[in-house]
Design a protein around this ligand. Structure first.
Ligand code: F1P
Length: 333
């Protein structure tokens, strides 16, 4: 049957979250740094985007996210002599760009060189000063689902653990309490929404949700070969809105900080006649997370909808989400 790995990996991801919550990593290398640079490719780069926002919010340290290629070909615009935490993100640890990027950072930069991966014997892990390895997040599917949310949560917990934030206890108490309900609601909504063909599917997210919006768009594109895009929420008015019509679907990922403006944009989308799905923590949303966690701590709970949507749209189109068209599990150049 098509997509059995992908479906299983989406549905079992909360088990890895539980493992991490009760045995969080540490990232003490964050101490005394002027900057943090997260880097990765594809899904792992989008993970870096959310982590950079999260890290600067909780530590106050300037944090950036870059595709690995930027450290290789434009090193002068990225690598400095300031004490920096360079943090490579890669499920496989074998993607060519990230190995080259880590080597570049180590040769030109100053500070510490960490990575997070599911493969402890990978080239990236070996070339890193230290690797956080989440073996239970390994996947058979080409697409990253539980590995994305697990590596995201793993680094979030590591940062909270190392700065001794009390919010790690909030996360422990509330994340799992809402995860089962979120998986069921997201799966049902995704199945329903997948029945309709849209000419475009647009994900909107602000702050730490922009990385989630990008990953959501990539998931649906990878699994079902659909045309998708992602924007910072208010950026949508500055041009991308021009293509909106009755055959468009907009998925709004509600934050806390920009919620009033985000809801206004959702209304504008509906007034044009496009479909709009709102994912938020509480209120009149299509999918309510009900986590009572702040916008930085509930990020992983926004992912299952797009993961299931990509899966159901692929199955409906007769595609195999485990083996997406034109993709390989590891990209070598
Ligand atoms: C990440 C990646 C994914 C892509 C596909 C192939 O590689 O490129 O972004 O969606 O699954 O792998 P990795 O460096 O995280 O292993």
């Amino acid at each position: 049957m098509h997509g059995e790995y992908t479906l299983q990996e989406i549905e079992e991801q909360f088990r890895v979250w539980e493992e991490l919550l009760y045995n969080p990593p540490y990232i003490d290398e964050i101490d005394n740094k002027d900057e943090v640079i997260y880097f990765g490719s594809g899904t792992s780069y989008y993970l870096a985007l959310s982590l950079a926002s999260f890290t600067q919010y909780y530590t106050g340290i300037t944090s950036r996210a870059l595709p690995s290629q930027e450290l290789i070909f434009f090193s002068e615009t990225v690598i400095t002599k300031k004490p920096t935490l360079y943090f490579g993100i890669s499920r496989s640890g074998e993607t060519s760009e990230i190995i080259m990027a880590m080597e570049r950072a180590k040769s030109l930069g100053k500070g510490n060189f960490l990575s997070i991966t599911t493969e402890g014997e990978s080239q990236l892990a070996i070339k890193s000063e230290r690797a956080i390895v989440i073996s239970s997040a390994r996947e058979n599917s080409v697409v990253m689902t539980k590995s994305f949310t697990s590596m995201l949560l793993g680094v979030q917990l590591g940062i909270l653990n190392s700065i001794k934030s009390q919010e790690i206890y909030l996360l422990k108490e509330r994340l799992l309490a809402s995860s089962q309900e979120v998986l069921v609601t997201s799966k049902n909504w995704a199945n329903e929404i997948s029945q309709k063909d849209y000419k475009e599917i647009i994900f909107l997210g602000s702050g730490p949700f922009y990385g989630i919006a990008c990953e959501s768009a990539l998931k649906v594109r990878e699994m079902s070969s659909s045309l998708t895009s992602a924007y910072h929420t208010l950026e949508f008015r500055h041009g991308p809105k021009a293509s909106l019509n009755r055959n468009s679907l907009v998925v709004m990922l509600l934050s806390d900080s920009a919620i009033e403006e985000e809801l206004k944009i959702a209304e504008e989308v509906k007034n044009i006649g496009a479909e709009c799905i709102i994912i938020g923590d509480k209120g009149e949303n299509n999918i309510n997370i009900n986590s009572n966690l702040n916008e930085y701590l509930r990020l992983v709970l926004y992912m299952p909808f797009a993961q299931f949507l990509g899966y159901y749209k692929a199955i409906k189109k007769g595609l195999d989400p485990d083996e997406p068209l034109n993709l390989t599990q590891v990209v070598k150049i």
